[in-house]
Design a protein around this ligand. Structure first.
Ligand code: R5P
Length: 294
């Protein structure tokens, strides 16, 4: 199988290739004066091969989606036998429009999709999707850095409860989860209540996405106001847009752990409160079990 580095995931693709002892194929991306993107992949590099394209749908999201579709199309035109797209961060899964994105990926010529911690299961997806999870990665990190006594896993909203249960189970904890009752009006989220016993506890919030950071930072404030001892947070996808970094810095969150599903910008890497876990092993373990060559 040939592994192709989409432009948004070059470092991650190199890391995956290094672990699988292979070299990535690098498409040539050019831009027309009006902003159109052109993608070229040499026929000799992929013809009659199964191809895995790694291409996270990170900012600027809409442009990155077009680049993804054009790269799939270029692979098809250069004779790829099978195209599997790995989208470590699959944008638009917070909206019902997610199935439109997966239909476009299918229409462009991809046969299969791999992603990590999508916000929800994508209903009516035409293309088969393998959804991988960071639950074990987060649980291992929590075990290595925290005393599990007196620790409670917190869902920042009702929608995050299942995800939190997976982390709690991976930790082999039997304690109840706490959950924040959050409402969002005109995009702004407000905490209504904290459910569960957080008094005197070390709280670990687990979420899939940190975008503006308001969900997480408001949840952390509410936990402290309800008597939590300390608050830590784990979010798979560090979108971190629109003032999120400052919000996190000023929040009571002691440490925020994200992953490299989205290539982290330098200011994120330099933020002492933020730690970035590597998802390369999650991907390579999956690829070794599922060769996708047929
Ligand atoms: C929403 O349900 C998601 O799981 C995240 O909590 C949300 O997308 C985070 O967004 P923000 O950081 O902008 O509050």
């Amino acid at each position: 199988m040939k592994i192709i580095a989409g432009y948004s995931s070059v470092n991650l693709t190199h890391a995956v290739c290094k672990m699988l002892d292979t070299k990535p194929v690098l498409p040539t991306y050019k831009r027309f004066s009006d902003g159109e993107i052109s993608v070229d992949i040499a026929q000799k590099d992929i013809q009659d091969d199964a191809c895995l394209l790694i291409h996270s749908l990170s900012e600027p999201v809409n442009e990155t989606i077009i680049a993804l579709l054009l790269t799939i199309n270029a692979l098809k035109q250069s004779g790829a036998k099978k195209i599997v797209v790995c989208l470590p961060y699959l944008a638009y899964t917070r909206q019902t429009a997610a199935s439109l994105i997966t239909s476009l990926i299918d229409a462009a010529g991809a046969h299969k999709c791999i992603t990590i911690d999508p916000h929800t299961t994508i209903r009516n997806a035409i293309i088969p999707i393998d959804a991988l999870s960071t639950a074990q990665l987060f649980a291992d990190h929590i075990k290595a850095t925290h005393n599990l006594q007196n620790l409670v896993i917190v869902a920042p909203d009702q929608g995050g409860v299942e995800r939190c249960k997976h982390v709690r189970d991976a930790l082999e904890l039997t304690s109840s989860l706490a959950c924040i009752d959050k409402i969002r009006v005109d995009g702004l989220c407000t905490v209504q209540a904290v459910h569960g016993d957080v008094l005197g506890k070390r709280c670990v919030i687990v979420d899939d996405i940190i975008d503006t950071g308001t969900t997480l930072c408001n949840a952390a404030e509410a936990l402290i106001q309800n008597g939590a001892l300390e608050v830590f947070a784990y979010c798979t996808h560090g979108v971190l847009s629109g003032g999120a970094l400052d919000r996190v810095k000023q929040s009571p969150i002691m440490n925020l752990v994200i992953t490299n599903t989205i290539a982290p910008k330098i200011e994120i890497i330099k933020t002492p409160k933020i730690e970035i876990l590597n998802i390369t092993l999650i991907l390579t373990n999956h690829l070794q079990k599922n060769r996708y060559t047929d």
